[in-house]
Ligand binder design. Sequence first.
Ligand SMILES: *[C@@H]1O[C@H](CO)[C@@H](O)[C@H](O)[C@H]1NC(C)=O
Ligand SMILES: *[C@@H]1O[C@H](CO)[C@@H](O)[C@H](O)[C@H]1NC(C)=O
Ligand SMILES: *[C@@H]1O[C@H](CO)[C@@H](O)[C@H](O)[C@H]1NC(C)=O
Length: 271
Amino acid sequence: MEMLFLLLIFSAETLGLDPCDNYTVLDNAWRATSNRVSSTVMCDRNVQWVGWYRLFLNDRSAQMSDTCVKENICGTHATLWLNGQHPRMEDGAVTRDVCGSWNNNCCYFKSTPINVKACPGQYYIYELKSPIGCHFAYCAVIDECGIMCGPNAFCHNNNGSISCSCLGGYIATNMNEMISRNNPCTDVDECQASPSVCGPNAYCTNVKGGYNCSCSEGFSATFPDLIISINNICMAPKKQIVRLGLKSGQNVNDPAVMKDILQSVCCLSHN
Ligand SMILES: *[C@@H]1O[C@H](CO)[C@@H](O)[C@H](O)[C@H]1NC(C)=O
Ligand SMILES: *[C@@H]1O[C@H](CO)[C@@H](O)[C@H](O)[C@H]1NC(C)=O
Ligand SMILES: *[C@@H]1O[C@H](CO)[C@@H](O)[C@H](O)[C@H]1NC(C)=O
């Protein structure tokens, strides 16, 4: 039973989604820096913020301003902007201070810090938090580079000259034309393109930007903490693993013990 429990923990871990694949779209035209405050003054303290957000302005990919913005724009009074640079992809999630512009002072208010992350495809996501008061709201600016290439693409801005390339697992809809918003990158069906990608005793499910291998009923991955692939194939009936169990004195959390047992199962079933 302990072995089965351990296998379940491994699969639960792989299910935790990268926030780049699990964000809420926040498309409020009033957040634009071009928007002067109107009769309705917005306040982001009235929003129940949960998880990560990606900004859009009328369907166009947008980002927070990381330079000072004036007060009384973005449909609010105290305008919120990111006091620090946007991170690169390799930086992962970083925490940044948030300033509220007011009283002719770019950082008159120090609002709640937030987490920021760069995602594949040249856009940013923000773990937005309730600001310190009203009326405060997060400002959005159009991300000129991101809108050129459409979704699922890298955008390269080389001194104003923009070029696009598809993310791994995607190809241009029309391979003979330049990648753009009108000729976006689309998913490749790896399962159809190369039916053996998952190895034996497995079936393949196409997912966006990749594929997902699952073991056929009764089989399990050689190393359950690694992704099933041609290099980590499905074998050894589960029942056999459970029967082997743990010897007395062995620690269930010791990866070496786990590997040992799995290896013996693997090679027994091969003979
Ligand atoms: C997606 O994000 C929400 C909000 O943070 C979170 O509650 C949920 O568990 C996430 N889902 C997955 C599968 O990671
Ligand atoms: C970028 O382009 C401008 C205008 O074409 C040019 O003056 C400038 O030197 C270029 N900068 C770099 C770093 O190449
Ligand atoms: C991948 O396959 C596993 C095992 O069948 C499943 O639990 C998981 O939800 C799948 N993931 C996606 C993104 O389809």
